[in-house]
Design a binder for this molecule. Structure first.
Ligand SMILES: [Zn+2]
Length: 207
């Protein structure tokens, strides 16, 4: 996707066939993304950016320090994992591959432990390097967990695991789902809010 400049901001435009109006999002891997309905005239973008300028500036400010934290020489030999409260060793030549292994060694057993505590049992947990989700639950009861959870705090990792486990009972995000999740994680709504901002905690080299 080509990046475009207008009104000082670098951004991407994505067309969404079901979008009813223009929406914007800002996150670490993508920067500013403007989602427009099909057939939307791109001439109007500059105006919209002007209107939302202060929101965009704030959102970029929150995200950009994380990208500038990136070590230009790439990952170091180890990194601190808040999720597990210790340094984990990394193979610099295959950073993403070794993140996957570390997640298999650390996150998968944790997920099974939480599964055991709750009695909610998936077919399997698979660690993936997902781009935009922290976890997902398939109709075959397979739960995928994002290896970048290694960079988040333990309560957020737990939240994501519990969230996906609850999808074994409720396939949607209905009130029933949230009530069920709240029984297991009483702070789930605040965790849900926190996780939306969590991508900025992940270093660029991990993507
Ligand atoms: Zn969900």
């Amino acid at each position: 996707m080509a990046k475009e400049h207008k009104g000082n901001f670098e951004y991407q435009i994505k067309t969404h066939p079901r979008a009813k109006r223009v929406t914007m999002r800002v996150n670490a891997p993508e920067g500013l993304v403007i989602v427009v309905p099909k057939g939307f005239s791109k001439d109007k973008i500059a105006e919209i950016i002007e209107e939302k300028r202060s929101w965009i500036e704030k959102a970029l400010y929150r995200v950009l320090p994380a990208s500038s934290r990136e070590d230009i020489s790439g990952p170091r030999e180890n990194f601190f994992s808040p999720a597990f409260g210790r340094n984990l060793e990394l193979d610099r030549n295959d950073a993403r591959g070794s993140l996957r292994l570390l997640a298999v060694e650390n996150i998968t057993p944790l997920a099974w432990k939480i599964s055991g505590e709750t009695g909610l049992r998936p077919e399997k947990f698979t660690i993936k390097n997902q781009k935009s989700v922290w976890g997902s639950c398939s109709t075959k009861n397979n739960i995928n967990l994002n290896q970048k959870l290694l960079f988040l705090e333990p309560w957020l990792v737990r939240y994501v695991i519990l969230h996906e486990l609850c999808h074994l009972r409720h396939r949607n995000h209905s009130a029933g789902f949230w009530n069920f999740l709240a029984e297991l994680d009483p702070r789930c709504l605040s965790h849900r809010k926190e996780i939306k901002e969590a991508q900025r905690k992940v270093p660029h080299w991990a993507y």
